[in-house]
Every structure is written in structure tokens, then in C-alpha cells.
Write a protein that binds this ligand. Structure first.
Ligand code: NAP
Length: 435
């Protein structure tokens, strides 16, 4: 019975669902040994460092990941960086297939004047900061001003805006980073304005996330009902209205129509506003926008501009993959055709398709790539795999070590009344794994 050696680089949702697809494809004539290689000392990718702390239900998918990790033939090799500790060429030689599930971790740039000012941040820095990613602990977030602007009309913009706009005590029972909670409790921000460049009918938010907004207890949420009405009139002219769009507009209308409680904390969603400049002497003071209009289904700029005085700007306008170990990047993702990169190298998840889709999207996507890989397999390689590639003494976090880290964080969480208290220091994470 042939056993093929598979290396999956990246222990996020796409990596785990790829492992699961291989496990499901096993039969009496075909088995796989799966080595999951991860740069950080902790697995779970965006489920740990991306999903908002006040959305714990989404994180329960980690239970599925742990089940996958318990299957025979699965091994975790965390604290190993592709391009630094091992090269892609070495992995290619040692494994029958190498799957890059390395995501997209760099925030897209707005490309406007003032973007480099202090306190103009990308969600790609702000989100891992509040989620205790060891590389982002030192991100400086100055929340001394009253108003923050979030650019982009997608779910990441909404997460970021919500975290800034809610009463931070609502985050007490969550796994938000301790350092972020301290800062959020000192924050002066009371108004957060999300700005989308197109209309409500073009927004990338999803309805379940929009429907959560009116439930906020300590924050009034505003959308201009005229903008929603105009969008409704525009889509009424369409032959067919997609269900997702209908749900989104209904959810936005409910927000616009909801009676406000007169709370001090406000979250507003503005549409048809393109940022053209961020102004400030030493740090962000104002964001200038061009007003847009929709004509014949097209979004076009008007001559009108307006500005918002704000001390913090966070752009949440999508992500790009970075090259590691010589992988070609094209349009912000790993250059690939239907998941095939080159030779026996493949890509899945955001590395393959760009930063789109929710966690579950990776299930079918990874499964399609695994079908392609299995179809391309030749004779199994007689090789040792990753262990032959690492320098002696390299500290690997394997599944057992990770379970120790996990248990320690969960126990600290029980004491603090949280699901877990995340360790943010790389060295301490490793020593927890050793303990
Ligand atoms: P996204 O859904 O693609 O939204 C990006 C937003 O940025 C869009 O509104 C886009 O507007 C805007 N944008 C892009 N370039 C811009 C520019 N130069 N100036 C102004 N606006 C610009 O991306 P995302 O929010 O990063 O989310 C990534 C994926 O993760 C999505 O599939 C999302 O649903 C998912 N996610 C899900 C959850 C959840 O389920 N709770 C949470 C977070 C993320 P245009 O449409 O005009 O380009």
C-alpha cells in the first residue's frame, strides 16, 4: 500500500482543511503521511490571530482542527519558517507534494498622500495586535482622539470598527490580547466611521455580521437611510436580485431604521466616499474624501469633497501574499493555475485565490486541490521528510508541545473568566511547549 508524504506549509484553516481532504481520500490502496509546517509556535492561523475576539462561535472550528491533528499520519511541525529554516526546494525533494497554505498577511495600500503618517495603520497590523500575534505586540495604536476612520466596506473593516466602538468591558470575557484590552480601556475614541467607496449594494459585508450590529448594547450604529433608500431604488431596477444582496440591504435598512439610544459610543457606516488624502502634521488629524455617485450602475466621482477630523485611520481594504523561498507572486497571491504552482508544489486558501471567502470556503477549495494533487501523484518518494532538513537543536513545537501551550492558555483563561489568555511572547510560548 503506497504512503505518500505530504507537506502542508501553514497551519491555518486552509492548511487543516487540506489535511482533512487527504485524510478523507485515504483507502486501502492509498495512504498519506501529513507534515504540517508552521512559522509560528502556535497553529490555527487566522482562527487564532484574525477572527474577532467577540466572535467566539467562529473560533469553535478549532475543535475540528484538533480532530484532524489527532488522525493517524498527521504531524505538526510549528516554529519552522519556510525560506529560513527550510527551503522550498528541500521540501519539494523530500515530499511527494508540498501545499502552500501560507495565506495573505500584508495589508493592501491605499496609495494616497499621508498614508505613511503616524496612526495610519493597516488592519493587517491592527487585527493581529488585538489578537495577540507575537509579531505585532509592539504596534503603536494611539487612541487619544475622539474619532477613528476605518476604510473599506468588508467584514474586516466591520470587525476593526466594532472593536474600536464597543465598550471595552464587553471584551473582558474574551481572548482579546491583554495589552490591547488595557489600551482599549484607556481609549478616548467614541465615534468610529466606516467609509466604503461604493454604494450599499456593492458592500462586501455579509448579512450575519451586519445583523449583529443592532445588538450592540453600548454603541449606537448609524447608516444614512437616504443612502439605503437610493440603493433600494437602484436594485429595484435590476432583473434579478441575488439573495445575499437582498439580505445585506435588509440588514442595512434595519440598522438605518433602528431607534438610537443616544449612547456616547457611535459607529457609522458611510458609503460612496473615496479617501483621497490623509492630513496631519506629525500624525493623522483628518481624512479627505471625494464623494461618489452611482449612475447607470457605475460608481463615478463627483466634484464634491468632504473631510472627517480623526486621530486614527485603519485601512481594511484587503490583503496580499508575500513571496517566501522564491515563490512567484502575481496579483497579490501565489502564482498558480487551479492550485498548481510548479512541479509538485500547490497552493490553497488565500495564497491560492486571494483574500476572499470565509473560513468554510476553504473546505471545498482545499478538497478540489487535493483531488488535483492525487491525480498528479507518481511513485512515492523514499525520503525522510522534514526531520532530515532541520539544523540539530532546532526547537520544534509538535502536537504534544502545542497541546501543552493550549492547556496552559486555557487554564489561565479559566482563572480570568475567559476562554483563554493568549501568550504573546515567542520564547515563553516555546518554553510552555517544553514544560
Ligand atoms: P473584502 O471583503 O474584499 O473587502 C474589502 C473592502 O475594501 C471592499 O469594500 C473594497 O471596496 C474596499 N477597498 C479595496 N480597495 C480600496 C481602496 N483603494 N479604497 C477604498 N476601499 C477599498 O476584504 P476583507 O474585509 O479584508 O475580508 C477578507 C475576507 O475575509 C472576506 O471574504 C471576508 O468576508 C472574510 N472575513 C469574514 C469574517 C466573518 O465571517 N466574520 C470576518 C472577517 C473577514 P470595493 O468593493 O469597491 O473594491
Amino acid at each position: 500500500m503506497p504512503t505518500y508524504k505530504i507537506a502542508i506549509v501553514g497551519a491555518g484553516p486552509a492548511g487543516y482543511f487540506t489535511a482533512q481532504a487527504f485524510q478523507k481520500a485515504q483507502n486501502e490502496e492509498l495512504t498519506f503521511s501529513i507534515d504540517m509546517i508552521e512559522r509560528l509556535p502556535t497553529p490555527w492561523g487566522l482562527v487564532r490571530s484574525g477572527v474577532a475576539p467577540d466572535h467566539p462561535k467562529i473560533k469553535t472550528v478549532s475543535k475540528v482542527f484538533e480532530k484532524i491533528a489527532k488522525e493517524r499520519g498527521f504531524r505538526l511541525f510549528a516554529n519552522i519558517e519556510l525560506g529560513k529554516d527550510v527551503s522550498l526546494k528541500d521540501l519539494r525533494d523530500q515530499y511527494d507534494a508540498v501545499v502552500l497554505a501560507t495565506g495573505a498577511s500584508v495589508g493592501r495600500k491605499l496609495g494616497i498622500a499621508g498614508e505613511e503618517l503616524k496612526n495610519s495603520l493597516s488592519a493587517a497590523e491592527f487585527v493581529p495586535w488585538y489578537n495577540a500575534h507575537p509579531n505585532y505586540v509592539d504596534v503603536e495604536v494611539d487612541m487619544s482622539a475622539q474619532t477613528a476612520v476605518v476604510i473599506g466596506a468588508g467584514n474586516v473593516a466591520m470587525d476593526v470598527a466594532r472593536i474600536l466602538a464597543i465598550d471595552p468591558t464587553e471584551l473582558d470575557p474574551t481572548d482579546v490580547a491583554d495589552h490591547a484590552l488595557v489600551k482599549l480601556k484607556q481609549s478616548n475614541i467614541r465615534t468610529v466611521i466606516i467609509c466604503g467607496r461604493r454604494g450599499p449594494e456593492h458592500a462586501a459585508f455579509t448579512a450575519p455580521e451586519l445583523r449583529d450590529l443592532p445588538k450592540l448594547e453600548n454603541t449606537d450604529v448609524f447608516i444614512d437611510s437616504n443612502q439605503i433608500q437610493a440603493a433600494i431604488e437602484r436594485i429595484d431596477g435590476l432583473e434579478e436580485i441575488e439573495k445575499d444582496l437582498k439580505n445585506n440591504i435588509e440588514a442595512m435598512k434595519a440598522i438605518a431604521d433602528q431607534a438610537k439610544k443616544g449612547l456616547a459610543r457611535k459607529l457609522e457606516i458611510k458609503f460612496l466616499s473615496t479617501p483621497i488624502e490623509i492630513k496631519g502634521k506629525d500624525k493623522v488629524e483628518e481624512v479627505v474624501f471625494k464623494k461618489n455617485k452611482v449612475e447607470n450602475g457605475k460608481v463615478i466621482p463627483t466634484d464634491e469633497t468632504f473631510s472627517i477630523k480623526a486621530g486614527l485611520v485603519i485601512s481594511a481594504i484587503g490583503y496580499e501574499s508575500t513571496s517566501c523561498s522564491g515563490v512567484n507572486i502575481e496579483s497579490g497571491r501565489v502564482k498558480n493555475i487551479a492550485g498548481h504552482v510548479e512541479h509538485n508544489v500547490y497552493a490553497v486558501g488565500w495564497a491560492k485565490r486571494g483574500p476572499t471567502g470565509v473560513i468554510g470556503t476553504n473546505k471545498s477549495d482545499s478538497s478540489d486541490v487535493v483531488d488535483l494533487i492525487i491525480g498528479n501523484l507518481k511513485e512515492p518518494k523514499d525520503s525522510e521528510g522534514i526531520t532530515s532538513l532541520l539544523k540539530s537543536g532546532h526547537e520544534v513545537i509538535d502536537q504534544t508541545a502545542w497541546e501543552k501551550i493550549n492547556a496552559s492558555e486555557v487554564i489561565s483563561g479559566e482563572i480570568a473568566g475567559k476562554p483563554r489568555v493568549k501568550e504573546v511572547d515567542w520564547k515563553r510560548l516555546i518554553s510552555l511547549g517544553r514544560s
